[in-house]
Structures are given as structure tokens and as C-alpha cells.
Design a protein around this ligand. Structure first.
Ligand SMILES: [Zn+2]
Length: 112
């Protein structure tokens, strides 16, 4: 390869020209940046919902049991009253998660 700076022949894959000392771009490829994990989105659950899917969606987001979220939420509604308001706000604000279309798995009847 030729040095773009001094136009002299240098070894392939060199990072620096040993004639003029110029740094060469065409050296070792820089390591690919580690792509961050796809951001988890807070969405209402469309598959596991009792009212608006908010509890299941929140449970999904925090990796919790939807039942626990519902119980805590219900307690917040009964004892504070703010839980209901938060629920309605989230119900309006949160997008509904796309429903997972379950493809019918063909039943294996070959061994009958
Ligand atoms: Zn050079």
C-alpha cells in the first residue's frame, strides 16, 4: 500500500507510515461499538389484562408478577385513592402492546 502523505510504499496494514510518520486511517479496524440492549417500553399488556392491561404492562416492565401489581394497585386505590387516578392516566397514555398472534402449532398425530 502507498502512504497517502508521502506516496511511498509501506507494508500493508501499517498504522503509521515509517517514512513520514503519518497516521494512517486504513489500519486495524476499530472495534464495533457494543449496541445497547433494546430499550424496554412501558406498554399496556394486550394479552394479560383485567381492565386496561395497565397492571400487566407495569408488571411486564418491572419483571414482576402481574397479580402482585394488581394487589398493590388495588390497595393504593382503596387506601389512598391516587391509584385509580394513576391507573386512568396510564390507561390513556400508555400504548397498547401489539397482540402476539399465536400460530397454531400442528398437533403431532404421527405416532398415534
Ligand atoms: Zn508517509
Amino acid at each position: 500500500m502507498l502512504c497517502p502523505n508521502c506516496q511511498k510504499e509501506i507494508a500493508d496494514g501499517s498504522r503509521f507510515c515509517y517514512n513520514c510518520g503519518a497516521q494512517l486511517a486504513s489500519g486495524a479496524t476499530p472495534p464495533a461499538p457494543v449496541s445497547p440492549a433494546p430499550a424496554k417500553r412501558l406498554m399496556r399488556s394486550s394479552r394479560d389484562k383485567k381492565i386496561g392491561g395497565v397492571c400487566a404492562g407495569v408488571a411486564d416492565y418491572f419483571d414482576m408478577d402481574p397479580t402482585i401489581v394488581r394487589v398493590v394497585w388495588l390497595l393504593a386505590v382503596l387506601f389512598g385513592g391516587t391509584g385509580l387516578l394513576i391507573y386512568i392516566i396510564l390507561w390513556i397514555v400508555l400504548p397498547l402492546a401489539p397482540a402476539v398472534i399465536s400460530v397454531g402449532v400442528p398437533t403431532t398425530s404421527a405416532h398415534v
